[in-house]
Ligand binder design. Structure first.
Ligand code: HAM
Length: 434
């Protein structure tokens, strides 16, 4: 196949076999979100680039290196002259949801507003294990309340989602606080001053970060940088008393819930909108912290940055493809798909006309039927039924088509019975129930 019509690198087809895993994760997530009374939201795939510049941050990897710009092919066809701002595929879900919260006046609803989403995200990164250019996130956002109980509630939901997937025991929750609008500048300055002294020992990226994003050096994976980071000041010692008591309260609530956590004083995360609590969930075996299953934190300034009224928030997102990998690595399998119990077999055109009516009746009653309606040969259809491991074959030949009847054959003991068309659903239901 020519290269330029193959799937785009880092974007893959989800085939039916993987769909089973995907559906299971989404089902468990939806159930959990619903019992905690979250409402689902879906924002557009395309947003203006400015949204992410302002929120995720202009000098973050996501915005600087990883955004897909959306272009129309024929720019000479201009329907709307004002439509000139750069548009991108969303790289994450929090900023679009914050935009939607402001734009739809959600601040007039009872606060906090609790939103959940399951959406595709796009980041132009080097594709590798756990790193795709198109991937799926499930996530929640609790917006409009500053109280630390919301941080614990958000984490509790993530923990229960992982528990429902039997993954929780393989996971570690790491948590930190990074200060708020009042103390973050002071903290940033202290960290910057520290790294300035050791600039020579840092990787080139981090040398640049000293000026632009000194806090990000703290979670650089480079070994040389890590050695310098060892002696860096700890954020929890630098935050203001208000941030500190917020953090202590979050930890106390987690203790109440028996949710174990590890304090990670280096956890700052790669998005600029975070204030106060930050956390990540990773597999215990992923000691080098390469592929977190999920991450989140508080973003108390985000609404104001985007031009809305003050509305603090907390949330997280888990990567669905990374969860699938983790499930497979830990030999956890989703419940198997329900096999059809019945297969429709027809011989000839007249039979086909009757069979499509039978299938319509059964589908209406919610009975799953395997169909190969264009086929005509009994023997090969019985072979297929054997492969599919179905228990019952519905057979319509010429005679049955004429009589408006259907043969129900038990493929295990080879017994069979002929029933009138109008009784077929009851006859099948009776057998399946047995
Ligand atoms: P994030 O840490 O950038 O946070 O992404 C969350 C999760 O999405 C990651 O832990 C990972 O599982 C998955 N993920 C990220 N990039 C990729 C990729 N290239 N390929 C596969 N999976 C990936 C956020 O996106 C924030 N919006 C989370 C949040 C919600 N914070 C507050 N509310």
């Amino acid at each position: 196949m020519p290269k330029n019509i193959q799937a785009v690198r880092g974007m893959s087809d989800r085939l039916p076999a993987d769909q089973l895993w995907f559906d299971w994760i989404l089902r468990q997530f939806r159930r959990k979100a619903e019992v905690f009374n979250f409402n689902f939201i879906e924002t557009p795939t395309v947003e203006f680039a400015a949204l992410f510049d302002r929120s995720v941050g202009k000098v973050t990897d996501i915005v600087e290196k990883e955004m897909f710009e959306v272009n129309r092919l024929n720019k000479s066809v201009n329907v709307d002259q004002t439509d000139t701002d750069t548009m991108v595929l969303r790289p994450e879900g929090t900023a679009p949801i914050a935009r939607a919260y402001i734009e739809n006046g959600m601040n007039s609803l009872p606060q906090p507003v609790m939103l959940a989403y399951a959406s595709k995200m796009y980041r132009y990164d080097r594709p590798q294990k756990g790193r795709l250019r198109e991937f799926n996130q499930i996530g929640i956002e609790i917006i409009g309340d500053r109280h630390p109980i919301n941080d614990a509630l958000a984490i509790l939901v993530a923990w229960q989602v992982l528990d429902s997937l039997r993954l929780r025991k393989f996971c570690v929750l790491e948590i930190n606080t990074i200060g708020d609008v009042a103390c973050k500048p002071k903290i940033t300055k202290a960290v910057q001053d520290y790294f300035k002294q050791y600039s020579k020992h840092l990787c080139t990226d981090c040398q640049n970060r000293i000026k632009t994003q000194p806090l990000r050096i703290l979670d650089c994976k480079n070994e040389n940088c890590q050695a310098v980071v060892e002696g860096a000041p700890q954020l929890v010692d630098l935050v203001c008393p208000e941030c500190n008591s917020h953090f202590q309260a979050v930890l106390e609530y987690l203790d109440e819930l028996d949710i174990p956590y590890e304090l990670n004083p280096r956890l700052v995360r790669g998005l600029d909108y975070y204030t106060r609590t930050t956390f990540e969930i990773r597999l215990r075996e992923d000691e080098r912290r390469q592929n977190a299953l999920g991450g989140g934190g508080r973003y108390d300034e985000l609404m104001k940055i985007l031009g809305g009224k003050d509305a603090p928030g907390i949330g997280w997102a888990l990567g669905v493809e990374r969860i699938i990998e983790a499930l497979k690595e830990n030999k956890i399998t989703p419940p198997p798909a329900i096999n059809p119990a019945v297969m429709a077999i027809q011989i000839g055109e007249r039979a086909r006309k009757l069979m499509i009516k039978v299938v319509a009746t059964l589908a209406k009653r919610g009975i799953k039927v395997a169909t190969y309606l264009s086929k005509d040969i009994l023997k090969s259809q019985l072979k297929t039924a054997d492969k599919l491991n179905v228990r019952w074959a519905l057979i319509v030949g010429q005679k049955e088509a004429y009589d408006q009847t259907v043969i129900i054959r038990n493929l295990e003991d080879r017994s069979q019975e002929t029933v009138p068309l109008e009784k077929i659903d009851q006859a099948i239901i009776k057998r399946i129930k047995k």
